[in-house]
Design a protein around this ligand. Structure first.
Ligand code: ADP
Length: 384
């Protein structure tokens, strides 16, 4: 086996390419010296790595793996992964994805899995896998790089709990403040005190902003803790999109929002939450295309799903950021002009969680300099 890797350099699995010349048929699939070469490579990698053959039998692992998970090398080697790990829906998914590697694509990234190790307890893992193909197909191997993100997930959960707690505690005083401000506004309408009216209007405006922020945090908290409840009803999605576009047109003097296509059937969905998704996409389309003047909302019906898209003609989104924009608090940094656009990096995350709760999908198609189209699909069910 020839390797192009230099173990002294940092190695990441995605960079790993191994070329190998076909072996004569009477030779074992992987020779001893090839193994020692491969082991030297994977031992230079700091994160745990596992090497499987194409039947998913463990061929090798590195010190990082053995130390991190206190695993027994002798028990693992030459054992099929399926027989080695506990059976759960998550591990079944891993095995399915690994088996599929041969047929369709040669790698997958960031499969998250929580696994109860015998010696180190439950760990949350992020798994990247790459099938390394050789001329002789039987010799293909699969490299798994495993990142232990247990601590990261724990901190995120604590952060979410804290945000949930603070949000909850702030709600009552803010609701009371809003009520008092309304009372005072009523009072000063009668007294005719213009200055107080002006100042109270400012207070009311800021309280409204605070309420919106709290509502975003509540949404995020609920999504994070799996408490995003849906109030499903038969929904006329065309009517909802039409209403929302019409309402939004009043809020912008710069963009013309058009609605294209139609959807005849009703779907079972939570109207207010789907409205929120369309609103979040429209807010972004306007916010991030300050030099454009059009936005197109399209509706489209397929056999099993409906698709709604919001297209803008702004700067677009760099390829490398296109998956990350759906993460909490992620914002694309394109230079000084972007800092002028305010935001928390929550709008798309909330939209994604809502769509996922409906068993739909949300994604983006974007070319830099030409604009972005955000699309979401929702499954069609029996309701007409
Ligand atoms: P926010 O707008 O509050 O930052 P979002 O979650 O709605 O949060 O969006 C995340 C990031 O994705 C934004 O900061 C922006 O960089 C990018 N983005 C979202 N929508 C668009 C769009 N239509 N055009 C260009 N960039 C966008």
């Amino acid at each position: 086996m020839k390797s192009i890797l230099n173990p002294t350099q940092g190695i990441s699995l995605s960079q790993l390419t191994i070329t190998r010349h076909p072996l004569p048929v009477d030779q074992p699939i992987i020779k001893t010296d090839q193994y020692s070469h491969m082991n030297a490579i994977i031992n230079a990698i700091h994160e745990p790595v596992l090497i499987l053959d194409k039947e998913l039998t463990v061929q090798s692992t590195n010190n990082a793996f053995l130390q991190k998970f206190k695993a027994n090398k002798d028990k693992m080697y030459n054992t099929n992964l399926e027989g080695l790990i506990h059976n759960s829906s998550e591990t079944k998914k891993l095995i399915r994805r690994l088996k599929r590697l041969s047929k369709t694509s040669s790698s997958f990234e960031e499969l998250e899995l929580t696994y109860p190790f015998n010696k180190v307890g439950e760990r949350t893992l992020l798994i990247n896998a790459k099938r390394i193909a050789y001329d002789d197909k039987d010799s293909d191997i699969i490299l798994l790089s495993i990142q232990d993100i247990t601590q990261r997930r724990l901190i995120e959960r604590q952060k979410d709990d804290f945000v949930g707690y603070v949000t909850h505690e702030l709600k009552t005083p803010i609701t009371s403040l809003s009520a008092f401000v309304q009372l005072l506004q009523g009072y000063h309408e009668k007294t005719g005190d213009k200055k107080s009216q002006f100042l109270l209007a400012k207070v009311a405006g800021q309280l409204e902003r605070l309420t919106k922020l709290l509502s975003s945090f509540t949404h995020v908290y609920k999504a994070q803790t799996g408490m995003l409840e849906l109030h499903r009803e038969p929904l006329d999605i065309y009517e909802l999109a039409r209403e929302t576009v019409e309402m939004f047109q009043y809020t912008t003097a710069t963009h013309m929002i058009s609605l294209d296509g139609t959807i005849a059937r009703h779907i079972s969905a939570d109207k207010e939450r789907i409205r929120q998704v369309i609103i979040n996409l429209l807010i972004n389309a306007i916010k991030y295309s300050p030099n454009a003047d059009a936005i197109v909302v399209r509706l489209h019906e397929e056999a099993k799903e409906i698709i709604v898209s919001v297209q803008d003609f702004g700067p677009g989104i760099p390829k490398e950021a296109q998956t990350r924009i759906f993460e909490r608090f992620f914002r694309v940094q394109r230079g000084s002009q972007d800092y002028a656009v305010k935001g928390l990096g929550l709008g798309l995350y909330i939209a994604l969680e809502i769509v996922k709760a409906h068993k739909g999908k949300l994604w983006v198609e974007s070319t830099e300099g030409k604009g972005s189209t955000f699309l979401f699909s929702l499954p069609i069910n029996s309701q007409k």
